[in-house]
Design a protein around this ligand. Sequence first.
Ligand SMILES: Nc1nc2c(ncn2[C@@H]2O[C@H](COP(=O)(O)OP(=O)(O)OP(=O)(O)O)[C@@H](O)[C@H]2O)c(=O)[nH]1
Ligand SMILES: [Mg+2]
Length: 341
Amino acid sequence: MLFVDQVRVFVKAGDGGSGTCSFRREKYVPFGGPDGGDGGDGGSVLMVASQRLTTLLDLRYQQQYKAKPGWPGGGANKHGRSAEDVVIKVPVGTVIKDDASGEIVADLTADGQSQVVALGGHGGRGNARFATSTNRVPTNFDPGTPGEERWLRLELKLLADVGLVGFPNAGKSTLIAAISSAHPKIADYPFTTLTPNLGVVSWGNDHSFVVADIPGLIEGAHEGKGLGLQFLRHIERTSFLLHLIDISEWTAEDPVAGYEVLRKELASYDAALKSRPFAVVGTKLDIAGNGQRLEALRAYCKRRRIKFFTISAATREGLDALITFVGQKVASLRIPCETRS
Ligand SMILES: Nc1nc2c(ncn2[C@@H]2O[C@H](COP(=O)(O)OP(=O)(O)OP(=O)(O)O)[C@@H](O)[C@H]2O)c(=O)[nH]1
Ligand SMILES: [Mg+2]
């Protein structure tokens, strides 16, 4: 399925229905008073977050959403019917921005959360409402107010606790497949993963956290090389990062240099992401050979006091220790700052 995480849409709410000018006409009742009813309200446009959706794809196909206007008022004090709201479903994690000002209209982070993005116009008053003791035959009425309209920019930012960041082929998808029930594509060529995957990892008695596996980064990603940095958007909301570095003997790149490139690319995307808590994970321990590359990375991390793990998703060595550490870390980071001792 196509993964779309950015779209522009136009929303237009319905105008309010016009009030009516009318007078009571009945047999044997001369001089019937004003009886023009009010117009109905125009329909609003709403966005609702739904857990069932994982992409903004539908909104790429339909770009314009218009609600109907309210019905005009009628004679005999009949109020016009209000129009129905138009409801647009979006995935949980959708940030709605006003396209012109860039201002955030809403950030829908919970299933069922909704936001009115274009408010329907109010129905106008009919002439019956203008009658006073001094003006018993008013002919004025309100036309109804226009519905709001604007262009919106939607950005999907997945909700996950932990982000996996690494070069292509580092073993990110293999790790998420080994520790959660996610089934991403895994292969020994770069850029196997083209769209983010989420996996729920259970640990301890009844704890869990959500991991996001995103497409690999390469040197120069900030200049658009490879798939660029666009997918880092999906780990912006994470509280913890894991940098996966391939330490197997067949890999040509130097693991320490690779780590430094990763950090540099992260920093060019967003300084806040660079200061996020993280740990380094040496992957493919089962094929580490004489362990020279592994030891070089371990020594480097030790010197810089960076938490370092080694794992093999193939033999599951080191996975339990990693999961427990990350689980505890995520739990401590989830506690709001005020209550943290
Ligand atoms: N022997 C061994 N091979 C592994 C291990 N983890 C991953 N691999 C292999 O490494 C290759 C790349 O793994 P992926 O999980 O697809 O790598 P990725 O980081 O998701 O790569 P991209 O999606 O391209 O960014 C695959 O052939 C995996 O089978 C491991 O622990 N041991
Ligand atoms: Mg992958």
